[in-house]
Write a protein that binds this ligand. Structure first.
Ligand code: ADP
Ligand code: MG
Length: 282
């Protein structure tokens, strides 16, 4: 199973919109996808059509208790499973503050789960997508400790790169201490205003930043700025309140086109971790 954390400590950059629509796009391409909502706001849960609180267990139970992934995940049909969030997750930081190994709880749950391990059984996940909260706290650390790859949504405005070095430092720490597999999958430009000069300029700055940063941050070396840019599209903003992905809500919209294109690029990029594994094995 490939595990992708969608992270950026800034809010409102398109993490949740990307997590849900990418998860559904991948499921529609025939993969079995598990979407994990680690944001206490539970927007991804709602967007995927799952009512937070309607299920007795949530990501909170997964992290705080002895609950297994199989017990919390909700089958949504069409190859999609959701691990719902709950507002209780907002207390995780404090509640787990003294617990040893608290950054790798999610990782241990994944390692213990037959569907994630690919064991024969009723469910076998091909991909896990983790929607992170807008902070670099314990929840995002758990996501990065569990993930193979980080997908970084950026909104192209003039402060887009501000704070990025903090995120990269955090990724490096996680890679050093708990998860040496961790890599940047890439940057996806969201809320893209095609045709404006600013968006074009910021897109170039972002590309330059990552080209220049490759040498300094080995974790970035396979990262890319995705060709598919997610244009600003009102349908994408409307879909969550109907509990539908863009593919169900407005299949002919720009939003659906852009996320389908991103999913295709993400699938192509799958060759990278495999190459890494081959390199390590050699
Ligand atoms: P984050 O999870 O990073 O906080 P969201 O995905 O929730 O960001 O997006 C923030 C807001 O912008 C939401 O209201 C969402 O519906 C809206 N939004 C996200 N992407 C787009 C887009 N491409 N076009 C229009 N609205 C968008
Ligand atoms: Mg969000």
């Amino acid at each position: 199973m490939r595990c992708i954390a969608v992270a950026n400590q800034k809010g409102g950059v398109g993490k949740t919109t990307t997590s849900v629509n990418l998860a559904v796009a991948l499921a529609r391409s025939g993969l079995d996808v598990c979407l994990v909502d680690l944001d206490p706001q539970a927007h991804a849960t709602l967007h995927a059509g799952v009512q937070p609180g309607a299920h007795p267990l949530s990501a909170w139970d997964l992290l705080a208790g002895e609950t297994t992934l199989a017990e919390v995940r909700v089958a949504c049909g069409g190859g999609l499973h959701v691990v719902p969030s709950h507002i209780d997750l907002s207390a995780a930081e404090m509640a787990l503050a003294t617990r040893a190994g608290r950054e790798s709880i999610l990782r241990r749950r994944i390692e213990a789960d037959p569907a994630c391990r690919g064991d024969a059984g009723a469910v076998r996940h091909d991909v896990m997508i983790i929607d992170c909260p807008p902070s670099l706290g314990l929840l995002s650390l758990n996501a990065m400790a569990a993930a193979d790859e980080v997908l970084l949504p950026l909104q192209p405005h003039f402060l887009a790169l501000h704070g990025l070095s903090k995120l990269l430092e955090t990724m490096e720490l996680v890679a050093e201490r708990v998860n040496p597999r961790l890599r940047l999958l890439g940057v996806v430009l969201c809320l893209y205003e095609s045709g404006t000069r600013l968006a074009g300029e910021v897109a170039r700055d972002v590309e330059e930043y990552f080209r220049a940063g490759n040498a300094r941050h080995p974790i970035l070396s396979d990262g890319r700025v995705f060709q598919s840019r997610i244009r600003r599209n009102v349908r994408l903003a409307e879909a969550p309140s109907f509990g539908q992905s863009i593919f169900d809500y407005a299949p002919d919209s720009h939003g659906a086109q852009d996320y389908a294109a991103l999913a295709a690029e993400v699938l192509q990029a799958a060759a990278v971790p495999e190459r890494d594994a081959a390199r390590r094995a050699a």
